[in-house]
Structures are given as C-alpha cells and as structure tokens.
Design a protein around this ligand. Sequence first.
Ligand code: GLC
Length: 790
Amino acid sequence: MEDTSFAIHPGNKKQIEGSPFHDIGNIISFSSTEKGFSVECEQAAVEIVFYSDEIVRIIMNPFEKPSFKTSFGVIAEPDEVKVSSEEHDGAIVLSTSKLVIKIMREPFRLHVFDEEGNEIVRETNKGMGFNEKKEVICYKDMEIDDHFYGFGEKTSFLDKRGEKMTMWNSDVYAPHNPEIDALYESIPYFMALRNGRAYGIFFDNTFKSVFDMKSHTDTYSFWAEGGQLDYYILAGPTPGEVISQYTSLTGRMKLPPKWALGYHQSRYSYESEQEVRELARNFIDKGIPIDAIYLDIHYMDGYRVFTFDKDRFPAPEKLIADLKEAGIHVVPIVDPGVKEDPEYKIYQEGITNDLFCKYMEGNLFFGEVWPGNSAFPDFTNTKVRNWWGKKHKFYTDMGIEGIWNDMNEPAVFNETKTMDVKVMHGNDGDPKTHREMHNLYGLLMGESTYNGMKELLNGNRPFLLTRAGYSGVQRYAAVWTGDNRSFWEHLAMALPMVMNLGVSGVPFTGPDVGGFAHDTTGELLIRWTQFGTFTPYFRNHSALDTVRQEPWAFGEEVEAITKKYIQQRYVWMPYLYTLFNEASKTGSPVLRPLVMEYPNDEHTFNLSDQFLVGENVLVAPILSPSTFHRVVYLPEGNWINYWTEEKIAGGKHVLVEASLDTLPIFIKEGSIIPNGTVKQSTAVTEEKLTLHVYPANEKTECMLYEDDGKTFDYENGKYTETKISCYLEGESLTINMENSNEGFEPAWKEIEFQVHQAEEDLEIILNGNQIGNTHFHPEERKITFTTNKS
Ligand code: GLC
C-alpha cells in the first residue's frame, strides 16, 4: 500500500514530532585545564581542546562528564598549542595564530573567527543543547551565501545547501534518488564556503546523526540520537587546507598498488573458472587493457566466506597464477556474514572463540544474508579484527592481493535492513550498543582486512574495496558508490557524489561503470566509460539478470570507443599516480570540484556536471543520450582543448562539440602533464614518458612521482620525485627538470616532449641546453622532440 497514493491518504498525516530543545544555558564557571579549557554551564559541561593552531575540538555533554575519547575515526592526538585566553566585554576569547574563539557567557554562545577576523561560526538565537530523547544538537547561523560540501556519499547535487542528510550506513538497493538521505557511508563532516573562504566541521558522533541545511533559511544544525556533542572546527581558509586539516584528524590513504588504478572488470557474477578465463582471453585478444577481474558471491561454496566452490572453480590457485602472469589480479568478494553451519570452520572458530556479535544477555545475533542465517564478527574487538585479518591467508596463499568488502553496513535481509540496534558490541571491554557502533562496522571490517592483508603480503601493498565506512575509511579502502542503476540520471549523479567524497577525505572512489542494476545501453556504456577514465576507481560492474556490459557487448563501434577510453586511462596513469601520491600526503582529492580551486567564482559553487582532475585538467562528460554537444564552464585563464588544440579564454561558458567518441577535456595554460603509453595492464613496463607542456608567460611547474607501484619501499625513500618547470619568454621556452628525490629508478628510457600552442621558431632550452632536433607540426601548432633519460 505504501507504494500507491494511499501513502498520502489524509488519514495518514503524521503528527509533527517535537521534543523541546534545552539550551545549555549560562556559564557558571570557566577554567583552563591540562587538556584545554573547561566550561561549566547551567545544563551541561563543555570542554575545549585545541588540536593545532587551526583545529579546535568542542565537546558538550549534558548528561555526564564529557569524555575525551574519540571514535575509531580519529587517529590524531592534540598537539601542544599556544593559546591565549582573555576576557573582553564579558566574553572569553581564546586565540591561536589561526583561530579566535569568542565565548559569550549569558547564555553560552560560540563565535569563531579565522586569522583575518572573518567570522566562520556564529551562534545567535540558538546554540548547543539537547532534548528529552537525549539527542544532542547544535545550531549555527547560516549566511545567505554559505555553501556546503562533503558529507561523504550523498545523492543530489554538489552544493548541499538546502539538503537534510542522515548518517546511518544503509544498504539501499533501490532507489538512489534525491530523496535517499542515507547511503552506505557515513562521514559526518562538511566543508563550508563563505565569501570565498572555507572552513570545516567534523561531528565525531557515531550514532545516527542528521545535518540539516534545509529547514531554516538562516540557521543550520546537526544532531545525533545519542552520545555527546563532539565536534571539530577546522579553520581553512582554503578548501585544500580544510581537507588537509580534516585528514590530519582522520588519516590519509596509503598508496594503493598501481594495478588498483587500472581498469577493472566485474559482474555479479562470473560464475566459473571457464567463464573467468574466457573473459580474460577476450580482453587480451581484443587488446583492451585490464588489471583486475572480480569474483562475486558465486565463487564461494554456498556463500561461505573463505571458501571456493570446487565445482565452479576446481583449481583457483592455477587460475589466479595464470591471470597474474597475464597482468590481471583476481579480487574476490568477502562479506561479513558467516553462515551458521556447525561443520564450517570459520563458524566453528567464531563460536568457540567468542568472536561474533551478541546481545548483552549472551545470545548471538543471527541475520539472514546471502548464505542464509548468519553470524557477524564483532569487529569492535581487537581480537576479532586480528582473527579475521589472519584468515585472509586463505586468499593470499592463492596469490590474491585485493579484497572486496561488501554488505558491511552491515546489511541484513530484515525490516530494519541491519543488525538489531540492541546488540552489544564488546569494544575491547567498553561495551556499546549497535545503535552507537553501527556506523563503524564497515570501517572496522576494513581495518581488520587491510591490516591482515598487509601483514600477509610480505611488503606488497594490498588493495581493498569497501561499500560501507565512516570517517577515516580512506586509511584502508577505496569506496565504490554501491548499487546504482544503468540510468543516465545515475551517471550524472555519480559526478557530485565522487566530488563530495573527495572533499570528505576519501580520494579513491568511483561508481559502477555502466550502472549495476537495470540494463545498460551501448551509448550509456560509452559515456560512462569516458567518465570512468578519470574516476579514481574505475570498475565496470553489473548485476545478475541484466544485459552483459563488457566493452564488447554492444558491437564494434561501442567496443572501439570504450577501448579507446580504457586505453586513455593508461595514458594518463603517470599523472593520476602522481595525484594519488599527493592525496596520500595531503588528503587532497584526485578528482575534485571546480569550487576547490576557484572558491571565489560563483559559477563553480554548484557546478555538478564537470570536474577537475588535479588542479589543471578539466573534464566535462556527456550525461544524457543523443547528445553531441554541451555547455562547459571554463574558469578564469586560458584553456586548451585536449583533442583539438583550440585555445579558449576562460571566465565564461562555452558550447563544446562531443561526438560519441569524444570526452571533452581541457588543459589550463601553464600546465605540464606527464603521460604514459597504451598498454595491456600496469604490469607492462613503461618504455616512454611523454610530457605535454602547455606554456604560459609565467613560471609554472608540476611534479611527477614514481615508485615501484607495488611495495611499501616508498616509505623508506625509494621513490623519485621530479619537479618540471617551464617559462615562456618572448620566443624562448625554458624547461627545467629537477629531481628532489632519486630513490627509485623508473623503467622508461626516453622522454617525448610535446610543446603545445607553439610557433615554428620557438627556441627551446631544456636544463640549460638549447634543443636542436625538434619537429614542428603546423596543423596542431605543436613542437615535439625526444630526449633520453639523463
Ligand atoms: C551487493 C553489492 C553488489 C554485489 C551484490 C552481490 O548488492 O552492492 O555490488 O554484486 O551485492 O554480491
């Protein structure tokens, strides 16, 4: 009945729930403590702790003494910070070199300013409080021109002003539409933009929480169903700095193995060894690059994790070894549900050693998932994480180096879609209900899997893909955006989703290319693969009973175009890998919204259908059928069409042609882009580096980062970083290459330079030497020359 108009029957009108808000009231006492500052208010206690000059943590607890313990999302400890404390006009003022916190006394209200005196947080009418349901809540003033980004994995457009979003990890098979306010990931954090300056708020509360940037025109709020109001204010002032500050708290991605950045092929399911071998052969015979093939749930014996079905996959080791020989990694799915089966070793171990989730009364929680009735490891206990991690020896012994974690919200086939919130997690002796720990389940499964795999791989980097997570998920896993559909709307929606995940500190993300559920079409597959070329995570995946969507499934034309863009992925690999390195160092996203680089340009504030890869590569995919042109917004500066070499002045919208085989790409003048070559997989040695130089009349530079792409040796200096700069002065172009670290010897032997937008008589000086042997291409206005590695 809920699916018909009966849902809006007048008799169904819901009472507006209302539980009166209690303000924390006036300040009774204020004192400085070892950790920071304590404020006693009429209705609550507040603690203020500075983590750095730019980051302050506020903890408000109306029910008990505030706890300084953080969630599993946070890995940082507070730094020693010099804070001055003064009293001005009846207000307490706490200042660092980057932040000023002004606290009004009657009632307690917070006003926060950045280093230049711009107000970033203000509480006027309402501030922090709670209600009878023990929900904690706070309100902040919202300016007419405030914009909001981040919030992890959410549907709808880029700017989340006007949205109300819930943080509760949810398995949503259908539909992913603007009404769905909770998906698989919960990242209770946002970056706000006010007058071109950015700040951030991270609400580290793992209960179900809500961010409401919708209900009031001049106020936003966030609240949680339980726990304390525990949040961090991040000073910015640039978007990049906010992300860096947020990831200084929650951690950054470790470099994934390079093969994880290649093209991946999946399907629910490739059901037998024969099917997998045929699939691999097809890719190789057709010369379509591929780095990984996924095994979905059919590889298992009755969906029991850590098993193979002997009939479908009689010799998995051999299959995995043969594929690896061909440059293809096999990535099996591992779900948390362990089949209730007294004759199954994993279940036996879990029961015998007390490793599964239980109620306080001692009885196990069982839920229905793919294997039927199942028990769930209690990942909040270190003992369980270690056990589960070690179990992956089953896979690593077979040569597997990548794992796909799914259903880890955890998803359960019941009314609530998840575990009973009354289940009591052990949490290493500090028991907590599932209501509090739910949003952490995927993160902790990820921690267990990643660390277990790392331990087992003898120095090789593991790859982990996850569906669910909480703040900090980037430390362990790439995130794909779950069960989307083969709808054009879902292709379009994936852009802001991936951009906002990037702003949320998760750089390694992407949707199922082609769409998971529903039937894709050749045209949709082409356009989606074009977008996939630049999504940090690039996997084609589709569901049971949908039409096949391998690159060749729709005939020759579709195959040729999808192949071209999968090849482009490999051409762009040196650039992408350098961006991955940057993300692992600073948290900055590989794929990012334009607003990150142009925060003063209002055209970028809600620009949801185009993005930047790094700082200077602008990509504008086609997102609707039978469409061969589109409007692209080019911000200030000059931009060069990657395909046609046309130079266009930015600061305006332009109409761009995009035939079926064209993904519009624009490079900003003043960029240097390192490219590689087309190859079957990342396992093939890179013979040649190509440097595309787009000169400008000012000095510009780029970095190239290289290492072995496999091990953690880069952590011990075994990498090479090259700074490449160029400067155009009159008819002379100076290019310099300088290694800032030379711990790794790249395989390529020669560099091809392609100088774009060049005149025939352009003089080129490379590292102080004039280059004589250049070749001018008049039609493309391009000069090329090749040098050997010096
Ligand atoms: C879930 C996953 C999907 C997978 C399927 C079967 O729906 O999101 O990717 O193919 O389960 O394992």
